[in-house]
Design a protein around this ligand. Structure first.
Ligand code: COA
Length: 284
């Protein structure tokens, strides 16, 4: 934890709602906000998981509650926002973090597979921010979407994710234009690979040969830690970023400056390999 680099209690009394907050970087963001005094509402598809995350934060001395909603359904997220506001009051901070991902070639994926990721990532971000809009405390509210380096780097096996994340970056810019006059700030962050997350454990576990390939494409030669992502999120929602509006900040060790290779090449090779294996099974 790097809470000591910030003054303590900078979010005291504020209500932060975080979708996908039950695990991964979103959970670390929830912990960080709670450690800085925020009351945290965690929303996820699984009520059990959201509540367990909230209990974990409470055991650490923070204030949190778990709620359930599928961000693809506007009605569900709108209800969860109302329930969260009934518990902790109007919203000061919203983090739209819920996301889904899998590696699949565009030509091999079903239209529903593509739509599923667009619905969770892009539509889900819109639904979350739109549902929260009515309950934002203004001026001063801060909205944060979780994008990814894929929004800038065309990547084999990630057409659905790249399209969704690029859409999120533009959505944030549009909302900043529409809502800025009300004193609502809207930004995004675009992490590269983050250690210990479900995505990286699936794609390139630590110590695996594929990890070395990915590190070749990162100038800093390492993954981010979840704390580093939480630090950026905390900065952006805090008063220290009070004039930052409508931008997406990369936090990728410089990866997006080098482009998607060799990460993209690695995925492309593995996709070709599995395609050849399928062909050899069919023709055997
Ligand atoms: N390759 C190709 N298509 C896939 C796929 C894969 N690995 N995984 C899912 N799909 C397709 C399904 O085939 C389905 O399309 P179809 O109806 O035409 O067959 C569509 O996506 C929906 O799949 P389903 O499993 O019903 O969706 P879901 O809403 O239950 O879950 C995800 C979607 C993305 C959450 C799920 O794939 C998943 O659990 N991913 C890993 C966890 C994750 O994404 N964590 C976040 C990391 S950022």
């Amino acid at each position: 934890m790097t809470d000591d680099i910030f003054a303590s209690g900078i979010l005291t009394g504020q209500h932060a709602l975080i979708t996908g907050g039950g695990s991964g970087i979103n959970f670390r963001i929830a912990q960080r906000f709670a450690a800085q005094g925020a009351k945290v509402s965690i929303i996820g598809r699984s009520l059990e998981k959201s509540q367990a995350a909230a209990r974990d934060i409470e055991q650490g001395g923070g204030q949190a509650e778990g709620f359930s909603a599928d961000v693809r359904e506007f009605g569900m997220i709108a209800t969860a926002v109302e329930d969260a506001c009934a518990r902790f009051g109007d919203l000061d901070i919203v983090v739209a973090g819920a996301a889904g991902n899998f590696v699949a070639e565009a030509a091999g994926m079903s239209a529903n597979g593509f739509k599923t990721v667009i619905d969770i990532d892009l539509l889900g971000t819109y639904n979350t921010l739109r549902a929260a809009y009515a309950r934002l405390r203004r001026p001063g509210a801060s909205l944060l979407a979780i994008s990814a380096v894929q929004s800038m780097m065309p990547t084999a096996g990630q057409a659905h994710v790249c399209a969704a994340k690029a859409g999120i970056d533009m959505l944030v810019r549009c909302l900043s234009v529409e809502w800025g006059a009300e004193g609502i700030r809207c930004n995004a962050i675009a992490p590269g690979p983050v250690a210990g997350t479900e995505g990286m454990v699936r794609l390139a576990p630590e110590g695996d040969a594929s990890m070395a390939r990915i590190l070749e494409g990162i100038p800093m030669q390492r993954y981010a830690s979840r704390d580093e992502i939480a630090d950026l999120a905390l900065f952006l929602v805090s008063g220290a970023a009070s004039y930052i509006n409508g931008t997406c900040i990369s936090i990728d060790g410089g990866q997006s400056n080098l482009g998607s290779l060799p990460f993209g090449a690695m995925l492309q090779e593995s996709l070709h390999r599995s395609r050849n294996e399928e062909t050899s099974v069919v023709t055997a």
